[in-house]
Design a protein around this ligand. Structure first.
Ligand code: CTP
Ligand code: CA
Length: 224
């Protein structure tokens, strides 16, 4: 059989991918997190790598191993993720697949919190985390040519994601229907609607690696 020549349309391109959840500490043994496994971001990084891109993979504490052949930058909190993205710039494209915790605890304790016998739980004070996607999208000189965000929604997926695209200033939004009935969150498949300037595009439900391959080839098309 003839040797298959792999097309490498992203050779020489640099793409930043954020992935996984972030952990926001409450004290040294406790944190706030979410149900992201990191599977979709990991698959996207691998698919971009397969098309020849140099990938900076900025990942929170995920349940799946990071792909081979990418630059792995491990972080824990949203603020560390933002700093890691900043250090990885410049890039031709940025794909923000991480499920960034929206809030962090501002009165996190340096020592393990103990029950004080009163029966009253501690009062956690919280502040909003930096929005990494919105920040990257609004950069001037250093803005990647293509910025792709995700939106996990349980209802009115297209409307919420279309609104999110405009609010954040990114080019595309990959919207996921994560309503409990779909079984998507943390699962192997994804039900995606891609929102671009042209409007929404509903993709058939498919495995996360297939979503990643289609997205990566769309990104390659956009960058060439
Ligand atoms: N995102 C980010 N930084 C944050 C929050 C979100 O970069 N602090 C990115 C995510 O990686 C994703 C997109 O923004 O690409 C949308 O995340 P989502 O949680 O759906 O949006 P939010 O603006 O946080 O809105 P919501 O209130 O619906 O959670
Ligand atoms: Ca959020």
């Amino acid at each position: 059989p003839e040797a298959q020549v792999q097309p490498r349309p992203l050779a020489g391109r640099h793409v930043i991918v954020t992935s996984g959840p972030t952990h926001e500490p409450i004290d040294p043994v406790r944190y706030i997190a979410n149900r992201s496994s990191g599977a979709q971001g990991t698959a996207i990084a691998a698919a971009l790598r397969d098309l020849g891109a140099r990938v900076s993979f900025v990942t929170g504490p995920a349940q799946v191993p990071a792909p081979e052949g990418v630059d792995v930058i491990r972080v824990e909190t949203a603020r560390q993720m933002r700093d890691a993205v900043e250090s990885a710039l410049p890039a031709d494209a940025a794909v923000m697949a991480a499920a960034v915790a929206d809030w962090r605890v501002t009165n996190a304790a340096e020592r393990k919190m103990k029950k004080d016998g009163s029966g009253r739980p501690p009062a956690l004070e919280m502040a909003e985390n930096p929005d990494i996607l919105a920040w990257v999208s609004k950069l001037n000189k250093r803005r990647p040519k293509l910025v792709v965000g995700f939106a996990a929604e349980t209802n009115d997926v297209t409307a919420h994601a279309t609104d999110k695209r405009l609010r954040k200033g990114c080019d595309w939004i990959v919207a996921n229907d994560v309503s409990p009935a779909t079984g998507i969150m943390g699962g192997a498949e994804n039900a995606v609607t891609l929102i671009t300037a042209e409007g929404p595009e509903e993709w058939p439900r498919m495995g996360k690696p297939a979503v990643a391959r289609i997205l990566a080839s769309r990104i390659a098309k956009e960058l060439t």
